[in-house]
Write a protein that binds this ligand. Structure first.
Ligand code: TXA
Ligand code: MG
Length: 338
């Protein structure tokens, strides 16, 4: 049975959240909102609870989970290295949408880290996630609360769609503010490297960490590395069930529109007049690019419910948050026109 727990996202009542925290402490699996997307959490030191996450999501065992914490003391319990190199990033972005990878202590179960000697850690800022961590009294291992291969959930309804009946509880805290998953940086190596762009923009983090390595495939039009830098890269992500054609080269847009006369177009508010007479799905406005990130996964889920065979998405100039949005759109696309 899945318990549905509705909370005020800004001021979650402690007695209500305590039910979810009790489930975590008893080895249960609970979906909860964070400032990025919903997570599916379990006590990170309880191996059978952690294994349930993999089973429920149908997630490959070698794809590691992010461990969520609520203070730096918990960080020290998990990692086996000096985190000085990451301290400016931590001071700036924690609590917040940034995940950092460090060498792990032996107490962190290998089931959590997919067999790796490193662990990904994040201190979320969402009041519900923060309070749940406080009340649970343990770090919580949590991937995004979707079935493997589905877009990440940004609303409780998305979690219900994918996981109702499979998890012990779903904490409904409304829509998640950022709407895309955290920025991930690996600090376990000599030189820090960006593994996944997210809400902390590439420009901001480069300013904080001048020697941050940005992998080629994130910057250029090259395929992802044959040997993935992060296990998650090896799996297709965020994909709608329907083919999605991402048009980056605007000169070829008319040709694609002609080829698929019935396909809906996913685009920003500013472009809808260009597709007069055709179904458009508005992502947000270019004036507030964060609205585009916030709606992205909901729109990708919507595509599957629209009665057409294909959908077309218009690309964005990869700057600021739209750099991260383009990373997700590329992963979701079945074909990229550039
Ligand atoms: O915003 C987020 O990060 C959300 C919320 C719930 O915190 N979580 C999330 O988790 O997106 P997930 O599991 O969907 O994505 C985590 C990514 C995966 O691609 C995984 O391979 C990578 O992080 N990862 C985790 N631990 C790692 C490690 N030790 N080394 C390299 N990559 C790691
Ligand atoms: Mg995920």
């Amino acid at each position: 049975m899945t318990m549905l727990i509705k909370v005020d996202p800004l001021k979650p009542a402690e007695d209500v959240l305590r039910k979810a925290a009790d489930l975590i402490r008893e080895g249960g699996v609970v979906a909860f909102p964070t400032e990025t997307v919903y997570g599916l959490g379990a006590d990170c030191f309880n191996i059978s609870a952690v294994l349930k996450i993999f089973q429920i999501k149908k997630r490959p065992a070698d794809n590691p989970l992010i461990v969520h914490i609520c203070d730096r003391e918990q960080l020290k319990d998990l990692i086996d290295q000096d985190y000085q190199k990451a301290s400016t990033v931590m001071d700036t972005f924690w609590p917040g949408p940034v995940t950092l990878i460090f060498r792990k202590k032996p107490v962190v179960p290998k089931e959590v880290t997919g067999g790796l000697e490193t662990v990904a850690v994040r201190m979320p800022s969402h009041p519900v996630a923060y309070k749940l961590l406080k009340l649970s009294g343990t770090p919580i291992a949590a991937p995004s609360a979707n079935l493997s291969g589905r877009p990440s959930p940004t609303r409780a309804e998305h979690v219900i769609e994918d996981l109702y009946g499979l998890v012990d509880a779903i904490v409904d805290g409304g829509e998640t503010p950022f709407g895309i998953e955290s920025t991930i940086m690996d600090f376990s190596r000599e030189r820090p490297i960006l593994l996944r762009p997210g809400p902390a923009t590439i420009e901001e983090i480069q300013k904080l960490i001048p020697n941050l390595e940005i992998p080629e495939f994130l910057l250029k039009k090259v395929n992802e590395p044959v040997r993935p830098l992060s296990p998650g890269m090896a799996y297709r992500h965020y994909a709608p069930e329907k083919p999605l054609i991402l048009v980056i080269n605007e000169n070829r847009l008319d040709e694609i529109l002609l080829k698929y006369p019935d396909a809906p177009v996913i685009c920003p508010q500013e472009m809808i007049t260009r597709f007069y007479g055709r179904r458009t799905i508005v992502l947000g406005t270019l004036k507030e690019p964060f609205t585009i990130a916030q709606n992205l996964f909901h729109v990708l889920r919507t595509v599957d419910s629209v009665a057409t065979k294909v959908a077309i998405a218009v690309g964005f100039e990869p700057k600021g948050i739209l750099f991260s949005v383009m990373n997700r759109l590329r992963k979701a696309a079945s074909e990229i026109i550039e």
